[in-house]
Design a protein around this ligand. Structure first.
Ligand SMILES: CC(C)=CCC/C(C)=C/CC/C(C)=C/CC/C(C)=C/COP(=O)(O)OP(=O)(O)O
Ligand SMILES: O=P(O)(O)OC[C@@H](O)CO
Ligand SMILES: [Mg+2]
Length: 248
């Protein structure tokens, strides 16, 4: 089954958790160990990417993961080189609030051929970076959305849906001190009909994960915490079990 349908299938009964692995933070073998622990902790898939990652690191890590795990491997591209035939899918994203057309549509045009050649599934996604935005906000020359303005992301979410994008990512920035507000999540969810709402950046514990899930996030992403914790399985389990409670 294609990854988009796998995610949508799970969403019929509960919310989804994805673990983001940064290929430049460890060896491919290290990434496999992290992914296996995250799977034991209850994650639903692995996102692979970083804002400053080399294409060879993505490819080698995707290759090692594909040999060792059964869950979906989704590339979260930082640039056109971040494509690998060893992944199952790629979030084919447009950085909607970038001031630079490169990140809105040029990188996609330049990367389209290698995505097609790789044979992996492209999942169309609108990507919106909220203050503080972190490294990705800086790299992507973002017109950062103020944290206290939930109607702005909702407008982008509606526009993205009208343009045919099926996923919408509210990003506070990797390692952000605070995740996006529940108001922002709720407004974007209510403004759209069938959009899969992905929320990430600054989610480090069960309580934060519960807050964004309860507000309407369909997919909750955690990355940095995996790099910081000594016990990946326990940490992911804390986050996943809190997300499960938000289904009730
Ligand atoms: C669709 C294709 C082929 C390319 C699109 C490329 C686009 C639009 C990228 C958006 C801009 C960008 C740099 C996104 C990166 C998203 C990402 C992988 C964030 C994770 O960042 P980390 O590397 O964890 O951040 P730190 O460096 O702060 O740890
Ligand atoms: O690293 P964290 O803060 O979990 O953020 C995950 C993701 O949203 C970053 O692009
Ligand atoms: Mg990172």
């Amino acid at each position: 089954m294609i990854v988009e349908n796998q995610i949508k299938d799970i969403l019929k009964s509960r919310k989804v958790h994805l673990t983001l692995i940064d290929p430049d933070e460890q060896t491919p073998e290290g990434a496999v160990e992290i992914a296996k622990a995250a799977i034991r902790g209850g994650t639903d898939g692995i996102m692979l990417g970083g804002s400053t990652v080399d294409g060879a690191d993505v490819d080698n890590t995707a290759k090692a993961l594909s040999k060792n795990i059964d869950l979906p491997i989704i590339i979260f591209p930082g640039n056109t080189s971040n494509v690998s035939k060893y992944a199952d899918a790629i979030f084919f994203m447009s950085f909607l609030n970038s001031n630079n057309p490169y990140w809105i549509i040029e990188a996609q045009a330049l990367g389209a051929h290698s995505v097609k050649k790789s044979g992996i599934e492209a999942i169309p996604m609108g990507y919106l970076v909220i203050s503080p935005g972190g490294t990705v906000g800086w790299i992507g020359d973002a017109k950062l959305v103020p944290r206290n303005k939930p109607k702005i992301p909702a407008a982008y979410a509606m526009a993205a849906e009208a343009l045919g994008m099926r996923f919408f990512y509210l990003e506070a920035g990797s390692g952000a001190e605070e995740h996006v507000t529940p108001e922002m999540v709720a407004y974007s969810k209510k403004a759209t009909d069938n959009m899969v709402l992905v929320v990430g950046g600054g989610i480090r514990n069960g309580e934060s994960a519960y807050t964004v899930a309860k507000a309407g996030a369909d997919v909750i992403v955690t990355g940095t915490i995996v790099e910081e914790t000594d016990n990946v399985e326990a940490k992911i389990n804390e986050i996943v079990s809190s997300i499960r409670k938000a289904n009730d």
